[in-house]
Design a binder for this molecule. Structure first.
Ligand code: URP
Ligand code: ZN
Length: 508
């Protein structure tokens, strides 16, 4: 008989515990066969112990944010239905010697984004296929409110672009660019529609004033929304940019000089202060520098709910990239920009000690030819953004796990579990447990992949990681129980992904 336990402390309530019991094992401590680590309180007979699974991943090592253990994973009806030894199934896939990871969750993408006189060059099909090749099975994209428009229109526009194209499941955040009274009122309706997080820019023409940001926080506090903030002081960026242009400094290398790290640290402090006044949680997106990290750490030490995301580009690439020959520095024109080397080490330290919660991509690709070159004579016209949706997970594994900076479990936490938890889709996504969606990655720790533009599937004409060969790559990727990637082949379907209605942010 297969027995299992539920973990009432992790699930919170008796009702949740009963739901988990039906699903056979605890979501967060799926021990096989039973209660060792989670101190669970009930032994429940598996409902499906005699049934053959649709698919069994056999003989691999299951890795979650908490545990690594040998178990077969049985999939039925698109979900993980059973974990244990010697499971029977209609299709048995031998994955011995491999890790079985939860499909990764990218909480920060910009597909088909109209931005700086052009449109990011991965659409919801090419972008989600590329994501899948790299082990990501869920994305959360940013729908942008237009000035004068409503939040509902932003969601409708994004869904009309995405629903028929996405190859994996997706959710949406909304960027509030016009914080009118009626828009603040509308935030609640968005949460009911499963869009439970909002973004505010403190840079770009779309930026909010401090009083507007405060009002967004106050509203979010009342209705249980989470506010993501792009922290750069846009007023100072405008001033610095004008000065540089006046001095004839127009090449890509001046982009980072127009928005130095103190502009980010200052804006981060402002966001932290306003969130604290409102008593609202704050999620800082794409944090890049030691000054901003220290602001966040101080706030967290004082008990303020402040969450921090960074991205692989800020961990791997530094400001010297802007000095690449010719116009190649334009590849790295992103905001915030790449930083001086000491910031990279500080971010890795932040990851190790737990000051960074998640790794997103800020995937916002533009071709060098035909898009980035709009700014050949003026760096301020180079569309800001770079590709990353496919390379995030392998890069973090290679640079983090292979180089001994983080454990395998912490890696899973950063790329899958924490993004899912923060954005209200856990434990459906972000872990491997009975009842979770069977979004699974069979990870070959020995597979080597040069991250050249030819080897990648993103619809963009360069790779920022040319010259880097990673060890560790997906061999198989499953989305809701279907194999969508096998080595170099995409086996999924356009439009097969679903829109995810996300729960409200919870601090527990
Ligand atoms: O350079 C970037 N990051 N482009 C995308 C828009 C944003 O700021 O997130
Ligand atoms: Zn972004």
């Amino acid at each position: 008989m297969v027995t299992a336990a539920y973990c009432s402390y992790a699930l919170g309530t008796e009702k949740n515990a009963r739901r988990a019991a039906k699903a056979v094992v605890c979501y967060t401590h799926p021990q096989v066969p039973t209660s060792r680590a989670c101190g669970g309180q009930a032994n429940i007979k598996a409902e499906r112990e005699d049934e053959a699974m649709d698919i069994v991943l056999k003989g691999g090592t299951v890795v979650t944010a908490k545990d690594s253990y040998r178990a077969d994973v049985g999939i039925q009806g698109g979900r993980v239905a059973m974990m244990g030894q010697d499971l029977q199934g209609h299709q048995i896939l031998d994955v011995s010697g491999k890790y079985v990871l939860p499909g990764a969750v990218d909480p920060h993408t910009h597909l088909e984004l109209e931005f700086m006189d052009t449109v990011s060059c991965d659409d919801f099909y090419t972008g989600t296929v590329a994501a899948a090749f790299g082990g990501t099975t869920t994305i959360i994209d940013y729908a942008e409110q237009t000035k004068g428009g409503t939040l509902r229109q932003a969601v409708e526009t994004w869904r009309s672009r995405a629903d028929s194209k996405v190859a994996i499941d997706y959710g949406l955040h909304i960027s509030i660019t016009d914080a009118r009274e009626d828009v603040l009122a509308e935030m609640e309706e968005m949460i009911s529609a499963g869009v439970s997080s909002f973004k505010c820019y403190l840079a770009y023409p779309e930026r909010l004033r401090d009083d507007e940001l405060l009002r967004v926080f106050l509203r979010a506090k009342d209705i249980g929304g989470l506010v993501n903030v792009h922290c750069e002081n846009g007023w100072l960026v405008d001033y610095m940019t004008a000065r540089l242009l006046e001095e004839g400094k127009t090449e890509p290398r001046w982009h980072p000089r127009s928005r130095p790290a103190p502009f980010e640290a200052e804006a981060t402090q402002r966001a932290v202060t306003l969130a604290s006044i409102a008593g609202a949680p704050l999620h800082i997106v794409h944090l890049t520098c030691v000054g901003a990290l220290e602001v966040a750490r101080r706030a967290r030490d004082a008990g303020q709910p402040v969450l921090v995301e960074t991205c692989p580009q800020y961990l791997l690439l530094d400001v010297d990239r802007y000095d690449e020959p010719g116009f190649d520095g334009a590849k790295y024109v992103i905001s915030p920009p790449l930083r001086e080397a000491e910031n990279l080490e500080a971010l890795w330290r932040g990851i190790t000690v737990g000051d960074v919660d998640s790794i997103g991509t800020d995937h916002c690709p533009f071709n060098l030819v035909g898009q980035k070159d709009l700014g050949r004579n003026d760096f301020t016209r180079i569309p800001n953004g770079m590709p990353g949706i496919e390379t995030r997970v392998p890069l973090l594994y290679h640079e983090g796990v292979n180089k001994g900076r983080i454990s395998l479990n912490r890696f899973v936490e950063l790329v899958a579990t924490n993004p899912a938890r923060i954005f209200g889709i856990y434990p459906q996504k972000g872990t491997i447990a009975v009842g979770s969606d069977a979004d699974l990655v069979v990870w070959d720790p020995d597979k080597k992949k040069p991250l050249t533009v030819e080897n990648l599937h993103m619809n963009v004409d360069y790779s920022p990681y040319e010259g880097i060969t990673v060890s560790g790559y997906p061999e198989l990727v499953l989305a809701r129980g279907r194999i969508i990637v096998r080595d170099n082949d995409f086996l999924g379907q356009r439009g097969a992904g679903r829109f995810l209605e996300r729960k409200q942010f919870s601090q527990n």
